[in-house]
Design a protein around this ligand. Structure first.
Ligand SMILES: C[S@@+](CC[C@H](N)C(=O)[O-])C[C@H]1O[C@@H](n2cnc3c(N)ncnc32)[C@H](O)[C@@H]1O
Length: 305
């Protein structure tokens, strides 16, 4: 079975009531730090400034910007089929954002020198940091500013993704547990096969977490328990679970690939500097004093000509 297409994984992810993607699940400290960063940036912008938020997801950055400066005119683009006004509840600021779904950074139709500011949070680097920056800088007005929060290859979120990727790969491998479940429900394999596979999985020295394998096993149990009375619905549930797991794997693989190191950031700096953009980057820590948890890179600058 193939992995879902890259954009579909994000479309599925954003079709729920969620505002954030690349933050730790266990605490909201990282999101608070990032929100403060965007609010500070927003407060430095003139009223009615035009802002372009790249790879916006469900509009986390737009929401933070507007929360302290509600006269901003924000356009927010994403390649996925986003619809934040439909899916995200309790974030009234999003009503004032002009969202552009299914819009690739490389395919924008704004006039050059349109925006006072361009923003991105864990977004532009998914399109290729240097190439996409070269593409979007002309949309800034001269003296317009940008601020990007970019994945750092050594950040907490990327380091913690490595084990999750292995776990998702185990679950989705060819003829693995999820494929066999679907085969069993479709009459192409025996229950005994699935049971043996499940027991093996639990016995073997594999990476298993409650959050991933635990949830999948609980899902499998629910599907099997309902199969006798509702076979069609059970098969549909199993297919949906398989798609969700594969989508998560796709997202985490992309997230890891988007991580930048100091060499790629330096190459980015050279590229944008050559366009007349004054730019800088630095590591962004959750706690700048302790420096023990890296959130990403902070890349900022101004279009000078
Ligand atoms: C990690 S999410 C970040 C979303 C949001 N900025 C946030 O902080 O919650 C990365 C997003 O980049 C989008 N993306 C990837 N490549 C893109 C491209 N070439 N053009 C526009 N969006 C892209 C994905 O669809 C996804 O929604």
């Amino acid at each position: 079975m193939n992995q879902p297409q890259n954009t579909n994984a994000w479309s599925l992810y954003w079709s729920e009531d969620r505002l954030y993607s690349c933050v730790a699940q266990s605490s909201d400290e990282d999101q608070k730090t990032l929100n403060k960063l965007w609010q500070d940036f927003s407060q430095e912008l003139e009223p009615n400034s035009r802002v372009l938020d790249l790879a916006t997801g469900n509009g986390a950055v737009a929401d933070a910007l507007l929360s302290v400066n509600n006269s901003l005119q924000v356009d927010a683009v994403d390649k996925a089929s986003i619809d934040p006004k439909k899916f995200v509840k309790d974030h009234g600021n999003l009503a004032n954002v002009n969202f552009h779904a299914e819009t690739d950074i490389f395919d924008l139709s704004f006039k050059p020198s349109t925006f006072d500011a361009i923003t991105s949070q864990f977004g532009i680097e998914y399109a290729g940091l240097s190439e996409a920056s070269v593409q979007v800088m002309p949309y800034l007005k001269v003296a317009g500013r940008f601020q990007f929060v970019v994945h750092h290859a050594q950040s907490g979120i990327i380091l913690s993704s490595a084990n999750k990727i292995i776990e998702f790969e185990q679950l989705t491998q060819q003829s693995g547990i999820l494929e066999t479940l679907i085969d069993v429900l479709g009459g192409k394999a025996e229950f005994a096969q699935l049971e043996a596979m499940g027991q093996n999985y639990l016995k073997q020295d594999l990476i298993r977490s409650e959050q991933i394998s635990g949830q999948v096993f609980a899902g499998i149990e629910r599907v099997i328990n309902g199969f006798a009375s509702k076979p069609k619905e059970s098969l549909e549930l199993a297919v949906a679970m398989d798609l969700r797991v594969r989508s998560e794997l796709t997202r985490l693989v992309q997230l890891t690939a988007a991580g930048q190191n100091s060499d790629t950031m330096t190459a980015w700096l050279e590229k944008v500097s050559a366009m007349g953009v004054e730019a800088a980057f630095s590591p962004l820590y959750l706690d700048p004093i302790k420096q023990d948890y890296l959130l990403g890179w902070l890349a900022t600058g101004v279009r000078r000509k």
